[in-house]
Design a protein around this ligand. Structure first.
Ligand SMILES: Nc1ncnc2c1ncn2[C@@H]1O[C@H](COP(=O)(O)OP(=O)(O)OP(=O)(O)O)[C@@H](O)[C@H]1O
Ligand SMILES: [Mg+2]
Length: 452
């Protein structure tokens, strides 16, 4: 193996061939194209070299005197996940090359090939590899974007992992802002289709007259104004994921068209009678209760069963209050990257209120609130007074719900007596009871306060 000084960012290629002449030509061409090139004249030498030095791509001859290039392919596939491999071969072993591709070689070139063929194949492979790495990195970060450790969200994580490991359709339900789209992306980016597209369709937004062409595309001349062929959502999402958001809002017309496509795994472009196979995973999301819509005849039961192979329910935030503090910290951290000043602290009282609050808008509401509080903060401490009024009110209201009738009555009688400076006749009038009853209630109220 020829060790040369290598710039860090150059892609590294190992070329393996028993012919010194071929080695020399390949090396010169690839180096001129800007790659860092190693060479080896046998499989043993190549493997010894690979143990020392990671490369991005191995370009290897198949037919070599002692050990075949197919052995090197096997070695790379088993030991070096990051490394692509490309086969070069003479005509007699084209069949071997095809086998090699089946065994995991990314591509092959048949000798003799031109410099352009070599360089374009190499650059295509390396580009594909770079894309794959970027997607994997994104996938990791997308998964990490789901914050929370509550029992409820852990159940969701397990379902996401299960769904990611398969290609089945998934139905995600949950109130607005609970993270349905986040979960859908985590499934997609955790799946084998991660490098394929993730395409979102908002089922509310498509006018009925455009529906079919939006979903399935149209061919040129299919209708007035169709000047060129155009792909629909199903074609764009091929080999990837089609995310049907707000599926509960899909018209019955749309439901019928979706059902047929999903059931038959094939579609027709508008204006064409040629059938197209589709290879797309469907993830649907809804904040409506689809079973209720089914009962009311507003949602097709057959479509519901097609979508609901794996069902993920995202619980409302107030049912997983253990996630609230981690989420607050996560959003604060996210903001601290964007703000050019230290992020303020939240008082314990505020955090307590957060844990009890109903969060109608769920995680989205929490995220927005944290953002707003931080931006508006005048010093580095955020306390109850900084919270919006309805939140403070809601807390009082909630505490009120935990109180007994006797407690509320006692407090009210006390307040009224205070307001009339202890005048029992006046107080009885306001309360709508006679003085005897008032005296009786006051006695009980005093008992209550003394006991409490
Ligand atoms: N567990 C979580 N960890 C971190 N961020 C979250 C989490 N859940 C939701 N979010 C954030 O909250 C916001 C709303 O999430 P998302 O859009 O996925 O919700 P949704 O259920 O699709 O809402 P809608 O029904 O309104 O479309 C996004 O900014 C998302 O990043
Ligand atoms: Mg959404």
């Amino acid at each position: 193996m020829d060790h040369r000084k290598i710039a860090q960012d150059k892609a590294k290629i190992l070329v393996v061939d028993d012919s010194p002449l071929t080695l020399e030509v390949l090396q010169r061409n690839l180096e001129e194209a800007g790659y860092a090139v190693f060479t080896a004249s046998s499989v043993e030498q190549a493997i010894a070299g690979l143990e020392q030095n990671l490369v991005d791509l191995v370009v290897t001859d198949i037919k070599m005197p002692k050990v075949s290039g197919l052995e090197l392919l096997k070695y790379v596939k088993e030991n070096l996940k990051e490394t692509e491999i490309m086969i070069i071969t003479g005509y007699p072993s084209v069949r071997g090359a095809v086998e090699a591709v089946k065994d995991g070689a990314e591509d092959y070139l048949v000798k003799p090939f031109t410099d352009e063929e070599l360089l374009s194949t190499v650059s295509r492979l390396l580009e594909k590899q770079a894309n794959r790495k970027a997607v994997e990195k994104k996938a990791l970060s997308e998964n990490r974007n789901i914050v929370g450790n509550s029992q409820a969200i852990q159940r969701v994580y397990r379902l996401i992992d299960k769904a990611a490991a398969t290609k089945v359709n998934v139905l995600i339900s949950g109130e607005s802002g609970t993270g349905k789209e986040l979960a859908a992306r985590a499934i997609h980016y955790g799946s084998k289709a991660a490098s394929g597209p993730f395409v979102t369709v908002n089922c509310t937004a498509i006018p009925d007259n455009l529906l079919e062409s939006e979903l399935f595309g149209h061919v040129k001349g299919a209708f007035t104004g169709a000047q060129a062929s155009r792909a629909g959502f199903f074609q764009i999402a091929d080999k990837g994921t089609l995310f049907l958001d707000e599926i509960g809002d899909a018209s019955l017309n749309m439901q019928g068209k979706l059902l047929r496509a999903i059931q038959n795994k094939e579609i027709f472009m508008v204006g064409s009678s040629r059938v197209q196979k589709i290879d797309t995973r469907i993830i649907a999301a809804t904040n409506a209760d689809l079973t209720r819509l089914v009962r009311k005849g507003l949602f097709r039961e057959d479509l519901y069963f097609r979508l609901n192979i794996v069902e993920i329910v995202l619980p409302p935030l107030h049912e997983r209050s253990d996630d609230i503090l981690p989420l607050v910290h996560f959003f604060l951290e996210k903001m601290s990257g964007e703000l050019e000043r230290p992020v303020p602290q939240f008082s314990d009282k505020v955090l307590q209120i957060f844990k009890k609050y109903r969060w109608q808008g769920n995680v989205r509401e929490l995220e927005n609130l944290v953002q707003r509080l931080v931006v508006l903060a005048e010093d580095d401490f955020i306390d109850v007074a900084d919270l919006p009024e309805h939140m403070r009110f809601q807390i009082d209201w909630q505490q009120g719900l935990e109180r007994s009738l006797a407690e509320v009555e006692a407090e009210h009688i006390n307040n009224v007596l205070n307001s009339v400076k202890g005048n029992k006749t006046r107080a009885a009038q306001i309360l709508g009871i006679d003085r005897k009853t008032l005296r009786e209630k006051m006695r009980r109220a005093n008992n209550f306060f003394e006991a409490g």
